[in-house]
Structures are given as C-alpha cells and as structure tokens.
Design a protein around this ligand. Structure first.
Ligand code: HEM
Length: 236
C-alpha cells in the first residue's frame, strides 16, 4: 500500500498548513495595521493643538504623510489576496500604481516632517533611512515587473510592504515589556526605528535564501516546496 507524498499531494496537509499560516499571518498584520490607523484616526480627527501636540504647527505635512501612508497600508494588504491578484490583473496593476502614488505622497509628507522636526539628528536620520528603504524596495519591485521578472517583483514588493509596516512594527516593539528600559529614549527610539524595517527585511531575505537552497536540493527529485511560491521564490 502506498501513501500519498505529503509534499507533492495537491490537497496534502502541507498545502493546508501553508494556507492556514498565511491566513493567520495576514490577519495579524491587518489587525495590527487597523489598530495603528484607528489610534491615528482618534488622535488627529480632533482638530486642536492638544491632540496634535508637536504636529500642530506642521499639520499639513502630517496630513499629507498620513493620507499617503493610509493608502499604502490598505492597498498593500489587498495586493496579497490571491483572488484579486490572479482573478483581476488589471485591478492589481491599478492598485499597484495607486500604492506607489500613495507612497510618494507619504514620502513628501515625511520629508516635510523630518525637515521641521525638533527631534535629535539620530531620530531624523533613522526616519530618513526608513524613507530611503521604502523608495528603494518599491523602485526595485517596479523595475522588476517592467522587465517581466514576476518572482523578483513579488519578492521586492513583499519587502516594500514590510517597510510600509515599519510604524506598526515600531509601535509593537516599544510595547514589549522592558524594551524602553534597556537604554534612554534618545538611544532606544532611533535604534527601534532602524530595527522596525531592517529586522523584518533581514528575516524575510534569510527565509527566501533558505527556501531557495531547499528547493534547489529537492528539485532534482521532482519535489516542490509549496511555501516557496508564497514567499516569491518560485520564479526569476
Ligand atoms: C515607511 C516609511 C515611513 C516614514 C519614513 C515615516 C516617517 C514619519 C515621520 C518623519 C514622522 C514624524 C515624526 C516626528 O516628527 O517625530 C511620522 C509620523 C507619523 N507617521 Fe509615518 N512614516 C512612514 C510610514 C508611515 C505609514 C505607512 C503610516 C500610515 C498611515 C504612517 C503614519 C504616521 C503617523 C500617524 C504619524 C504621527 C505620529 C504618531 O501619531 O504616531 N507613517 N512618520
């Protein structure tokens, strides 16, 4: 008697596990992003100096930044839904273009905020580095799709979305008990700003490299690693 190969079986448990893990990861990201946005909404819909704090005198930059940022968080999450990506490719393209426009708008706002910020240089440099990482990952993802490199496009756009989520990750990190007691806020804030996008990018990059190695080892035996596709390592 032969049992179905769980790696190859199309409806095998690996496939179900992969889908379940992706759904859980996606839902966690959406919940964290929704919480971040709802806090910002509650804070900045009260048009008074008390609610805006240090942003009151530069609220136009903040609105520009949040408007663009909101677009990127929402559209970016939708771009990962396979039903939209595969079933409505034109919609996927238009949402992609709107994502990039939102990102550019958010970056214009970020530059305005950085230039007018009373924060120490270390914090402003950390924000500027985040903006640069955002622009570079988006540019590489865009260039890849213009060259027809679908797998490379997917990898860079996943990276770009990880950078998009930097403020959400930053908020999650400062809530870790004891985190802000490691050093003074003047050290912890810029450090965590860097880590909020560098760590997710590094972990993702290492995951992709590991899956590529596993796949190339299994490939001669005709096996496939399902999760590789979801991480954007199925093609060039
Ligand atoms: C990933 C690239 C991003 C960069 C470089 C960036 C940069 C900045 C900067 C420089 C500030 C002002 C900080 C200060 O003056 O102390 C700021 C604040 C803010 N940003 Fe971003 N940001 C990014 C992404 C986003 C996204 C995607 C959103 C989503 C809407 C967002 C929402 C906010 C909000 C709500 C604030 C006000 C501070 C707060 O209430 O927490 N940012 N950001």
């Amino acid at each position: 008697m032969r049992f179905a190969d769980p790696v190859q079986a199309p409806g095998g448990y690996r496939r179900h596990l992969k889908i379940a893990l992706l759904v859980v990861a996606w839902s966690l990201v959406v919940a964290a992003a929704a919480e971040f946005l709802s806090i910002a909404y509650q804070k900045y819909t009260h048009l008074d100096a008390g609610s805006y704090g240090m942003f009151w005198t530069r609220r136009e930059w903040l609105w520009t930044h949040i408007g663009g940022g909101l677009l990127t968080i929402v559209l970016g999450a939708l771009q990962f839904l396979p039903r939209i990506r595969r079933g409505y490719p034109r919609l996927h393209r238009w949402m992609g273009r709107s994502f990039l426009s939102g990102m550019l708008l958010a970056c214009v706002g970020a530059v305005g905020l950085i230039l007018t910020s009373p924060a120490p240089a270390a914090i402003r440099i950390a924000f500027a580095a985040t903006a640069l990482a955002w622009l570079v990952t988006a540019f590489l993802g865009y260039r890849a799709i213009r060259r027809g490199q679908v797998g490379t496009h997917r990898r860079w756009m996943i990276g770009c979305y990880l950078v998009t989520l930097a403020p959400v990750t930053f908020r999650a990190m400062i809530r870790i008990p004891g985190m802000m007691e490691i050093a003074s806020p003047m050290v912890m804030i810029p450090t965590l700003l860097w880590l909020s996008w560098a760590v997710p990018l590094l972990v993702y990059g290492m995951g992709v490299a590991l899956l590529e190695r596993t796949r190339s080892r299994l490939a001669p035996r005709g096996r496939r690693v399902d999760v590789a596709r979801a991480m954007g390592v199925d093609s060039a």
